[in-house]
Ligand binder design. Structure first.
Ligand code: 5GP
Length: 203
């Protein structure tokens, strides 16, 4: 019997809003949700591991993949290239639901490719808290902070392209929110109908 393909779930929002922390926690807590590992040209940070956090590749390799149409979507974010490969998404969707942690440009591409996808945009409680978080992270020179905030406002203004908005005030509540959205989506008629019919018509 054919099984519905896994859900495509996007977590997006401006840089510094906490997407990666939320995405990682959701994957840890929910069975059947797999993280889509992106390719990037940026060097690894801290404890990041090739194949788990990103596939770290050279610019040449990334551009070759672009030429060969291997990416579903890709974008340049603050000078580095990031992309979701078709192979990665298909591989994870065969196992279950797939969670993408990508920027807003990427989320808009996913909307076109998978109109049925769940697209969650994380908002900061205020632009001021976002500024504080960017400052605290310490990887942005002060002269670039304003540029990041302008970009953040532009990104957040695309909220009508998303299916859900969560204001990330508290990690625990945000993660709970994302898990509830996924659980709700799994119970939709279109995903449950086959099972319902089996129960109804079982001899
Ligand atoms: P970071 O360098 O902090 O890990 O990520 C920078 C930004 O790139 C984040 O907003 C992250 O969500 C985004 N990003 C990561 N992977 C992808 C991807 O495959 N496609 C797109 N469009 N953005 C990505």
């Amino acid at each position: 019997m054919s099984r519905a393909k896994g859900l495509v779930i996007v977590i997006s929002g401006p840089s510094g809003v906490g997407k990666t922390t939320v995405a990682r926690e959701v994957v840890k807590r929910m069975e059947g949700v797999f993280f889509s590992v992106s390719h990037t040209t940026r060097p690894p940070r801290g404890q990041e591991k090739h194949g788990r956090d990103y596939y770290f590749v050279s610019r040449e390799e990334f551009l070759r993949m672009v030429e060969e149409g291997e990416f579903l979507e890709w974008a340049e974010v603050f000078g580095n290239l990031y992309g979701t490969s078709r192979r990665e998404l298909e591989k994870k969707r065969e196992r279950g639901d797939v969670l993408l942690d990508i920027d807003v440009q990427g989320a808009l591409s996913v909307e076109k490719l998978f109109p049925q996808s769940i697209r969650i945009i994380l908002f900061p409680p205020s632009l001021e808290t976002l500024r504080e978080r960017i400052d605290k992270r310490g990887d942005t020179p002060p002269e670039h902070v304003m540029k990041r905030l302008r970009k953040a406002r532009w990104e957040l203004s695309h909220y009508p392209h998303f299916t859900h908005i969560i204001v990330n005030e508290d990690l625990e509540r945000t993660v709970d929110g994302v898990c509830s959205i996924i659980k709700g989506e799994r119970l939709r008629l279109s995903r449950m109908e086959e099972r319902a019919r089996r129960i109804l018509w079982e001899e």
